[in-house]
Write a protein that binds this ligand. Sequence first.
Ligand code: SF4
Length: 352
Amino acid sequence: MTATALRHDWSLQEAQALFNLPFNDLLFRAQSVHREHFDPNEVQVSTLLSIKTGACPEDCKYCPQSGHYNTGLEKEKLLEIEKVVAEARAAKQKGASRFCMGAAWRSPAKKDMPYVLDMVQQVKSLGLETCMTLGMLKEEEAKELAEAGLDYYNHNLDTSEKYYNHIITTRTYQDRLDTLDNVRKAGMKVCCGGILGMGEDEDDRVGLLVQLANLPQHPESVPVNMLVKVKGTPLEDVEDLEPFDFIRMIAVARIMMPASHVRLSAGREQMNEQMQSLCFLAGANSIFYGEKLLTTSNPEADADMQLFRKLGIRPEQREQCATEEQQEEELAEAVEYEATRHMFYDASRESA
Ligand code: SF4
């Protein structure tokens, strides 16, 4: 089968037409494209560590880590390198192949860069893939991170350019595009997506996907988040998103960026098993796994294991020869590991 060619010239009308397809037609098309590029029964599993929590100077209206809102989130300074490396080592022993580290910064301060670079080098030397999200990056900082061995950089566009000012005022859409450009120039892989359920309309969802798909190179990972409403943030009372709109977004992302990993990220705990299954059918093939996702709670890891079993899904990048029992054993060990971690904050629970 010839794989669908990657395109970077999507028009708003074309993307809109995909959103407007009858649901079954859309899912069939998305699943067909998905099968050209991926094993449909494999899902990539990543874990996230918050290396610096809260007191962020940015005003992202959805975020409990912003210093502009009182969400009751306990702040935490940059974690010591030894702690991060110990977490990474433990994660590797439990089968992780990539380690993602996130800091609530506008951009990394000059004084923090040597620590961050050392952190990347040490985690990388364990034989893990490395991923970070540290806010905006200048060309030089991106270069330094790449040279230290950083494989992926996460920086989301969040929404369409049109709706962006309703969500963030302390940095521009262009600032975000410039950071993505600097990450690419430095040779790193890009993780970039957005959030649904922030009061945006369908045009904004279409606009976000067109923006992402028309980047010179598609992001290797496209996280699609569903807003987790946190008390104290300006979006705490925003209207709920229609679940089918979320599934449509996954399907259209899959069709427009056929070779990217489309990730179910924040908000997964609000989705029942049936909705998550429809997301997998629509082409989602990556999840964050574990008890917490930065500052918002993530579904219990054993629930993931049970759902995978029900659907016959295997975690990607596991040994090809591993039997189902071995995989379940590995996942069970990982669950136990996650249950002993205390390095995340669950802002939604604390502020409830
Ligand atoms: S999303 Fe990131 S940049 Fe925005 S307030 Fe939260 S931590 Fe800061």
